[in-house]
Design a protein around this ligand. Structure first.
Ligand SMILES: *[C@@H]1O[C@H](CO)[C@@H](O)[C@H](O)[C@H]1NC(C)=O
Ligand SMILES: *[C@@H]1O[C@H](CO)[C@@H](O)[C@H](O)[C@H]1NC(C)=O
Ligand SMILES: *[C@@H]1O[C@H](CO)[C@@H](O)[C@H](O)[C@H]1NC(C)=O
Ligand SMILES: *[C@@H]1O[C@H](CO)[C@@H](O)[C@H](O)[C@H]1NC(C)=O
Ligand SMILES: *[C@@H]1O[C@H](CO)[C@@H](O)[C@H](O)[C@H]1NC(C)=O
Length: 948
């Protein structure tokens, strides 16, 4: 994408205030941060034609292609699998164009090498300080540490001795600490972790040269992610060690492929190598809890590679991502790959380990922690806010209340014998950094509201313990009842864990990414327990940790597939996925009786027992109804594979309806420009060709279902509907998740128009602002048809245009020009009255041929999905949800060769073109366009010389 940083201003939507502010920024989606997929300049994955010099090695074959015949490149990876993928990854010393590479003889396909960010679980609650060395404590008790197995009916299979024997599960991750006794204590044939490979080495950070070796061991704490995911698949705490934790498929053979060093990122080329090696080593299931925010499948080679694997019987289970706060379409790659089983996250029903402390009256207070904090002994409880002249409430004792911290700094506290009590409010956390600076060694966080405990683990030796809502109320009452001047003590004497109810148990986690895919297919496909999951962790860091993420749900689903495969080895990958999807159980929205949308949970929480025991085959396993207000009826085929006659009846369970910019588009003055998705009750209706049918053993029949969403007037708010078609037999219930968007994307262009907003103007439009005060809400609405603007090197003297054109539906290509004011181009959206006569003042400025025959004075920017130039490597820009507030700060444009220059005084019109859904970039009719009013520019040539 081309982008001129000097012009690059993007609206950031304020949370609390009702104004829009513009901040200098790159062209990043303001709603999603820190998930950049970046490309490595001039570096590509090249797949070679199978019949192109088949007798040669990948490197030598590449040398026979035109780009490979020239010197000046380095081969990085060789892909040597004739079954799956044959080619190289290669780095050129000079500029090479992706399109040219793709068209070279012998080349089958090519992709840019992209950096893939390190998986960051949503939070973690390890206990790096408890255990040293390799001796793990015995913490077995009554705690429900294996509750995720119960939630998904894995436990019922374990009870029947079904534990995944004979199935091989490969995990592509940060490596594994296989020295952990729950992971078998060793590596190689005969061990639990029987196979694997390290593609990178400890020191690889995503930018240096990987140093591979055959051993996937990762002992560094930051390599713990792969130890956790491996544990979820296959851990087994030995007798008298740990918590008695059991993975989903503890008898499966595990293989660990390491693609991250101890810090930093990895690249898609190494992930491809890992996929191929996993398949060559005989994997039945590959689990990959990695991925950057991405909605376009073609950016990466994952879709191709995963399709080849699944065609060869290798299932691929991939995280849908932790970008749920970005709203719908917040998927990750490779989770979006067509043939991957993408997985969303459901919250655990329990906080798996809580321990008891007692006060001096022997009243119990239970706290949430991985390990017991017995080393604290008896300590005074010092509530933050003590010493102030105000009553202590949840606000005063919160991490955000500065006077309380000042009072604490002034107090003399013996931190060796004191624990600091802080109220944990979701919007501010505990501020443990300040507490540590003041000397606190232990913090007890209490909750003023019943919320999920989402914690950040300090990286220093501070002990951070959490109270759930009940225990929070208890301790606050105990403190309030103390006689004046008396201190309150807790003795941390409880050594064995129990469990406490998790207030959001069995509902979708808010971090879990939303589907559907940009093609409007179901994503995620299923959900599994992924929130508040206790599993193995590197020994040096205590051996166990609680993490939350779709990273945790993914190995859970992979282990589940392994259990299913062990019982139904004859099923194809698609049939295995279908069984898990149609037997999963839909869950509700948090704190609601409404069924959660399929955009969030896919087919629902997997029920592995039901998947293994199912004796009815339902096809298809999902209904992706795409973009239509009147989707065509669909056929569902039901096959009775049991030995008895069965009656099946049909029902409909609509899920919640989502839209993103709800307030914005409905004129609600409580405008909150965030992308928060509020579940709405706008159910689709469904009618069936018959209400029930009866099938004898081996018989099958088809029933037709017609699903009809409700009419919706706000397509640019990204509405998504979904629900479940239910097929109920005498002894089992099956469901088919459906999803769609209630509008036609071809008819509704990507540019938002005819929408009245709460802002002081409509979109698309222009605002006139002083260049030193770019608050959109303060902007003047220009006169229609034409207005004057002036530029000065002193920004306080400049009155500049700020273009507000929101491209809210996905578009693969957006281009913004300033064109001659008398241009004959007919746009889809006029930003002025074309019948009003204006005496134009053409600038003394060269008119360039422009794009698709529309003359131009130059571009403000263009963005394409797969053509990032080397100087602007951010690739992941999903071209969706773009609030453009594009300010022309300086009178500077860029030509098609990326050369910038000043323009001169005179008349211009802004022209934005955005490629329609499924459009062809070369076809002018496939763009939606906005042509704006005349910008009459006054540009002093002494301040902005036009010669370059
Ligand atoms: C994302 O890109 C921006 C702009 O190039 C950069 O400042 C930021 O550090 C990047 N973030 C990550 C996590 O790489
Ligand atoms: C590629 O595979 C062939 C056949 O298995 C083998 O002989 C050759 O050494 C491999 N080449 C590389 C570069 O790994
Ligand atoms: C607190 O404990 C540390 C280490 O045990 C010790 O060095 C320090 O003197 C103690 N401080 C007080 C105030 O007792
Ligand atoms: C969407 O609109 C286009 C253009 O009018 C039409 O060709 C297409 O059939 C429509 N799609 C659906 C699903 O109605
Ligand atoms: C659905 O089934 C009916 C009857 O079996 C058949 O006529 C029709 O073509 C099928 N429709 C689709 C979309 O497959």
């Amino acid at each position: 994408m081309k982008f001129n940083a000097a012009l690059g201003l993007l609206a950031l939507v304020g949370g609390a205030s009702s104004s829009l502010t513009i901040t200098p920024n790159t062209n990043k989606n303001p709603l999603v941060s820190n998930q950049n997929t970046t490309v490595v300049p001039n570096t590509f994955i090249v797949e070679l034609q199978p019949d192109f010099h088949p007798d040669l090695q990948p490197k030598e074959r590449f040398a026979k292609t035109a780009p490979g015949a020239k010197p000046g490149y380095r081969v990085r990876q060789q892909y040597n699998s004739t079954d799956f993928f044959y080619g190289v990854s290669v780095s050129f010393n000079t500029h090479v164009d992706l399109g040219t590479l793709r068209q070279s003889t012998g080349v089958k396909n090519a992709w840019k090498v992209a950096i893939v960010p390190r998986p960051e679980p949503y939070h973690l609650r390890g206990a790096p300080k408890i255990s040293q060395g390799t001796s793990l404590p015995n913490l077995r008790g009554s705690a429900k540490v294996n509750q995720p197995l119960a939630m998904s009916n894995v436990q019922k299979l374990h009870d029947q001795g079904i534990k995944g024997k004979g199935v091989q599960v490969a995990i592509i991750d940060t490596g594994v600490d296989y020295r952990h006794p729950a992971l078998g204590g060793g590596f190689g044939r005969g061990h639990k972790i029987a196979l694997g490979y390290d593609f990178v080495g400890d020191d690889y950070d995503g930018s240096n040269t990987p140093v591979p070796d055959p051993d996937p061991l990762a002992t560094c704490v930051d390599g713990g992610h792969g130890t956790h995911t491996a544990g979820i698949v296959g851990m087994e705490d030995p007798d008298n060690v740990g918590f008695g934790l059991v993975g989903v498929a503890p008898e499966a053979t595990l293989a660990s492929y390491r693609v991250f060093g101890c810090e930093g990122s990895t690249s898609n080329e190494l992930i491809v190598s890992a996929f191929l090696k996993a398949a060559q080593d005989g994997a039945d299931v590959v689990s990959i809890s990695i991925g950057g925010y991405d909605i376009w499948e073609e950016i990466n080679p994952f879709d191709e590679v995963i399709t080849r694997l699944t065609n060869h019987g290798v299932a691929v289970v991939a995280a849908i991502g932790n970008f749920g706060t970005a709203g719908v379409f917040s998927t990750a790659a490779p989770g979006i790959s067509t043939n991957a089983l993408s997985v969303g996250s459901i919250e655990n029903e329990v906080y798996p380990t809580v321990y008891t402390a007692h006060d001096d009256k022997h009243k119990a207070i239970d706290y949430v922690s991985v390990f017991p904090a017995t080393s604290l002994g008896r300590v005074e409880v010092y509530q933050l806010g003590t010493g102030l002249d105000v009553p202590i409430d949840a606000n005063v004792s919160s991490g955000c209340y500065e006077p309380a911290w000042d009072a604490l700094a002034a107090a003399s506290v013996d931190w060796n014998n004191t624990i600091l009590l802080v109220s944990w409010v979701s919007w501010c956390g505990t501020n443990w950094g300040t507490a540590v600076d003041l000397g606190a060694q232990a913090i007890l966080a209490y909750q003023p509201e019943e919320l999920l405990i989402v914690v950040d683990e300090p990286e220093d030796p501070t002990t951070l313990l959490y109270l759930d809502y009940n225990n929070s109320r208890q301790i606050v009452n105990n403190l309030a009842q103390l006689p004046a001047g008396q201190k309150y003590y807790l003795t941390f004497d409880g050594k064995k864990p129990s469990s406490a109810a998790d207030p959001l148990g069995r509902t979708p986690d808010d971090f879990s990414s939303f589907g559907p895919t940009v093609e409007m297919s179901l994503a995620p496909k299923v959900s599994a327990p992924g929130g508040t999951i206790l599993a193995t962790w590197p020994l040096e860091a205590g051996g166990y940790a609680v993490l939350s993420g779709t990273s945790m749900a993914t190995p859970f689903a992979a282990g589940s597939l392994a259990l299913l495969k062990s019982q139904q080895p004859h099923l194809s990958v698609a049939e295995l996925y279908a069984r898990l999807m149609t037997t999963a159980g839909p869950v509700n929205e948090p704190n609601s009786k409404q069924i959660a949308s399929t955009a969030r949970q896919g087919g629902g929480l997997i029920d592995v027992y039901a998947a293994v025991k199912a004796d009815t085959v339902i096809s298809p396993s999902e209904l992706s109804l795409h973009d239509s207000e009147t989707p065509a009826p669909r056929n569902i085929t039901i096959t009775n594979q049991s030995k008895s006659r069965k009656k099946y009846s049909f029902q409909h369970s609509p899920g919640s309806f989502y839209r993103v910019y709800y307030n914005y588009l409905t004129g609600n003055t409580d405008y909150n420009g965030g992308s928060e998705v509020i579940p709405l009750d706008v159910p689709a209706s469904a009618s069936f060709s018959q209400s029930s049918l009866t099938l004898g053993p081996g018989q099958s029949a088809t029933v037709q279902v017609q699903i009809k969403p409700q009419h919706d007037d706000w397509p640019w708010s990204l509405p998504v509907y979904g629900g479940f078609v239910k097929i109920i037999s005498d002894d089992a219930a099956y469901s088919i998740p459906y999803i769609g968007v209630p509008y036609n994307r071809t008819e509704v262009g990507p540019i938002m128009h005819n929408v009245t907003t709460q802002l002081p103007y409509d979109s698309p439009g222009i605002l006139k602002l002083p260049a030193n005060d770019l608050f959109l809400a303060d902007g003047q609405i220009p006169t229609p048809n034409i207005d004057s603007y002036n530029w000065s090197t002193d920004p306080s003297k400049s009155f500049i245009p700020v273009f507000r054109v929101d491209v809210l539906l996905p578009s693969r290509f957006i281009r913004f020009d300033l064109v001659p004011a008398n241009v004959s181009f007919v746009p889809s959206i006029y930003g002025f009255d074309p019948d009003v006569h204006i005496d134009y003042k053409p600038p003394s400025q060269a008119i360039l041929p422009g794009f698709l025959g529309v003359p131009t004075y130059g571009q403000l920017f263009s963005i394409t999905v797969d053509d990032a130039p080397a100087n602007s490597p951010t690739l992941s820009q999903p071209l969706i949800n773009h609030f453009f507030a594009q300010a022309l700060l300086l009178p500077t444009l860029t030509n098609d060769d990326n050369v910038s220059y000043n323009i001169s005084s005179g008349d211009y019109r802004p022209l934005l073109r955005a490629l329609r859904w499924n459009g062809n970039e070369a076809n002018p009719d496939d763009y939606e366009s906005w042509l704006g009013p005349v910008i009459r520019a006054d540009i002093p040539s002494d301040e902005f010389p036009t010669d370059t």
